[in-house]
Design a protein around this ligand. Structure first.
Ligand code: PLP
Ligand code: COI
Length: 338
C-alpha cells in the first residue's frame, strides 16, 4: 500500500504507476498498451486540438472493508462514451474494450486505491481524442483512447456538507440542441467563465437554466440537480443535461425506498417548494445544497437551515456509498469486483 496522506487528498492529479492507451487507426482498434509516460505526442493539426474532438468519462474505484476493489457501473460509462463519440463523429471503444482497459489500469495501480475508511477513492479518467490531422473541418481518421487514474479526496471541500449555489442566467454551458448530453471537453470549456464568476462571488457551483427560455432548471455545475418534495424525487429532464449515472442510480434507490420519481421539466419557480435540494455525480457524489441565490430577483432559497443535509438526501447518500463500498448487498448488479 502506498503511504500517501489519504485523509487529506484534494480532487487533483497525483502520478501513479502508469496509464493505458489504445489507438484506433482508420476504424480498426489496436492492442491496449500500458505506459509510464504522462505525456501524449500529437500531430499539431490533430482534430482534438482544433475542432474539439474530445470526449471523456469519470468513474471511481472503491476499496471495501473486505479489502476488495469495486468499480461502480463501469459499463454505463462505456455506453455513454460511445454515445458522446457518436455525436462528435468519433470512433469509440466497444463496451468490452473500455471495461477491460479500466480493469487493467486499476489493477496496475492497486496500491493507489485509497484505504476503506479514508474518504478518498481512485478516480478513473477515460479520454478519447481525435488524434490525426485535418485542416478542413472534418472528423479525424485516427483516435486515441487512454485511461489514467489518480487518488482523490472530495470534489467540494465541504464533503457531505451543504454548499451554496448561484443561478447563472448570463451564460449557457450548452445549446438546447447542442452537445450538453455528451461528455465533451467543449462543454467544460464553456463553463469556465461562469465558474470563475461564481467562485469570485463565494459560491461553490452555478445552477444553469435552460438556454432558450431561462425558465427551467438545467445542469448544476459538473453535476445533475435533484430535489426532494414530500415523497417525490424530482430531477430535470433536458437534452442539454448529461445523463448522470449517479442520478440514474439514485432514481433506482429512491424507487426502492418507495418514493415517487418525477423526471420532467422543473421550473425555477419551484425552487421555493422543495424540502431538499442537491447535486449528484461521480465527483460530487451527493452534495447537499444549502442555499440557492437568484441574483436577478435577489431571492435566496434555503434548504438545510440546521447546517445538515436533509433526511432523504442523507439516506440516499448512505445507500449509494454502502453499495459502492460493498457494505450493502449489490442487489442491482452495479458493482464489479476487480
Ligand atoms: N453533469 C455533468 C456536467 C458532469 O460533468 C457530470 C460528471 O460526470 C455529471 C453530470 C454526473 O454524471 P455521473 O453521475 O455519471 O458522474
Ligand atoms: C465526474 O463527476 O466524474 C466529472 O467528470 C465531473 C468533473 C470532475 C468534470
Amino acid at each position: 500500500m502506498n503511504t500517501l496522506d489519504w485523509k487529506n487528498l484534494s480532487f487533483g492529479y497525483l502520478p501513479t504507476k502508469g496509464n493505458i492507451r489504445c489507438y484506433c487507426r482508420s476504424g480498426k482498434w489496436g492492442k491496449p498498451e500500458i505506459t509510464t509516460s504522462e505525456e501524449v505526442t500529437l500531430h499539431m493539426a490533430s482534430t482534438c486540438l482544433h475542432y474539439g474532438q474530445d470526449v471523456f468519462e469519470g468513474l471511481k474505484a472503491y476499496r471495501g472493508a473486505d479489502g476488495h476493489i469495486r468499480l461502480f457501473r463501469v459499463r454505463e460509462n462505456a455506453k455513454r462514451m460511445i454515445q458522446s463519440g457518436l455525436y462528435l463523429q468519433m470512433d469509440a471503444p466497444s463496451e468490452e474494450l473500455f471495461t477491460d482497459m479500466v480493469k487493467q489500469v486499476v489493477k496496475l495501480n492497486e496500491e493507489f486505491v485509497p484505504p476503506h475508511d479514508s474518504g478518498a477513492t481512485l478516480y478513473i479518467r477515460p479520454l478519447l481524442i481525435g488524434a490525426s490531422p485535418q485542416v478542413g473541418v472534418k472528423r479525424a481518421d485516427d483516435y486515441l483512447f487512454l485511461i489514467f487514474v489518480t487518488p482523490v479526496g472530495p470534489y467540494f471541500k465541504e464533503g457531505f456538507k451543504p454548499v451554496s449555489v448561484i443561478i447563472d442566467r448570463d451564460h449557457d454551458r450548452a445549446a438546447p440542441l447542442g452537445t450538453g448530453h455528451t461528455k465533451c471537453g467543449g462543454n467544460y470549456a464553456a463553463s469556465l467563465v461562469s465558474l470563475n464568476i461564481c467562485h469570485n462571488l463565494g459560491y461553490s457551483t452555478m445552477l444553469y437554466l435552460d438556454a432558450a427560455e431561462k425558465k427551467y432548471i438545467d445542469e448544476c455545475g459538473p453535476a445533475n440537480f435533484f430535489a426532494i418534495r414530500g415523497n417525490s424525487y424530482i430531477t430535470p429532464e433536458s437534452h442539454s443535461i448529461l445523463p448522470s449515472i449517479t442520478n440514474m442510480s439514485l432514481i433506482e434507490l429512491a424507487k426502492d425506498m418507495g418514493m415517487t420519481i418525477e423526471r420532467r421539466k422543473v421550473e425555477v419557480g419551484e425552487l421555493a417548494t422543495f424540502d431538499e435540494a442537491g447535486e449528484c455525480g461521480t465527483a460530487a457524489v451527493i452534495t447537499p445544497i444549502g442555499k440557492i441565490f437568484d441574483p436577478v430577483t435577489s431571492q435566496t432559497f434555503e434548504y438545510c437551515k440546521d447546517g445538515q443535509a436533509g433526511k432523504v438526501s442523507t439516506a440516499l447518500y448512505n445507500r449509494l456509498r454502502a453499495i459502492q463500498y460493498g457494505d450493502e448487498t449489490d442487489k442491482f448488479g452495479w458493482v464489479d469486483i476487480i
